[in-house]
Design a protein around this ligand. Structure first.
Ligand code: NAI
Length: 212
């Protein structure tokens, strides 16, 4: 695998994976880059270039074997592994994520939920008891924790992120509006749902202008 795969290519991989999942559901066993490009709305050469970063997978004149491409991309995306995750911040966002059933299917097991608010401690979300943030260190010491999902306000994000990183967590999924950058052996994925909403606003504006 090419070690210098660009972030843009990596960002497209889950989309390929989703389309391949749908193809398998309807029992499509093989697909050309042209057919895949028509379905996905990206060019066939883009698809070939993207997949070539990981060794190609396709065969001239045959296209892609859907199942083996699905399996290989799954491996690259880590969906064949299991990760233990915790949520820090049991508010609206933390609740929504804890109640989302698909994470388990994708290999992410939620093993703990933490909050700073004593009124929430002891309550349950999705069968998991909310613990005090004061218990975090001892919990991570006893339970292998791969990922911390941070659904807390921006003010405390850096402090909490540095703490979980120091405790050995490998990945941080940051939902606060503040982008996190940490050095060392931890990877960060910043999520901004409202970016999508703003793009939608922009597109509605464009559409309105066209129809004027
Ligand atoms: P919320 O106020 O409902 O929940 C935040 C929770 O974090 C509260 O229960 C609070 O007690 C807890 N908390 C605060 N500081 C803490 C700390 N140091 N340690 C542990 N727990 C702590 O807020 P909501 O709506 O769930 O939003 C959470 C975060 O997600 C905010 O930063 C918000 O801006 C962000 N957000 C992000 C979105 C996105 O697209 N990424 C969309 C909506 C919210």
């Amino acid at each position: 695998m090419d070690k210098n795969v660009s972030a843009a290519v990596i960002r497209r991989l889950p989309r390929y994976y989703r389309y391949l999942t749908d193809l398998l559901k309807v029992d499509i066993k093989r697909i050309s880059s042209k057919e895949l490009s028509e379905r996905m709305g990206i060019t066939a050469s883009q698809i070939r270039q993207d997949l070539n970063c990981f060794g190609g997978f396709g065969q001239q004149g045959y296209g892609y074997n859907v199942e083996s491409l699905y399996r290989e991309l799954g491996k690259i995306l880590g969906v064949d592994k299991r990760f233990n995750a915790i949520i820090i911040g049991a508010g609206n966002m933390g609740n929504a994520l804890a109640n989302y059933p698909n994470f388990k299917r994708r290999g992410y097991d939620l093993i703990g939920i933490f909050d700073i608010n004593p009124e929430l401690v002891g309550k349950e979300i999705s069968g998991i008891t909310i613990q005090s943030i004061d218990e975090l260190e001892s919990f991570i010491g006893k339970n292998k924790t791969d990922i911390a999902i941070l659904t807390i306000p921006s003010q405390s994000i850096s402090e909490v992120a540095e703490k979980v990183a120091a405790l050995g967590v490998k990945g941080i999924w940051n939902f606060s509006p503040q982008d996190l950058k940490l050095s060392g052996d931890v990877v960060v994925e910043n999520v901004h749902l409202s970016d999508g909403l703003m793009v939608l606003g922009y597109k509605i504006g464009e559409l309105e202008q066209q129809n004027r």
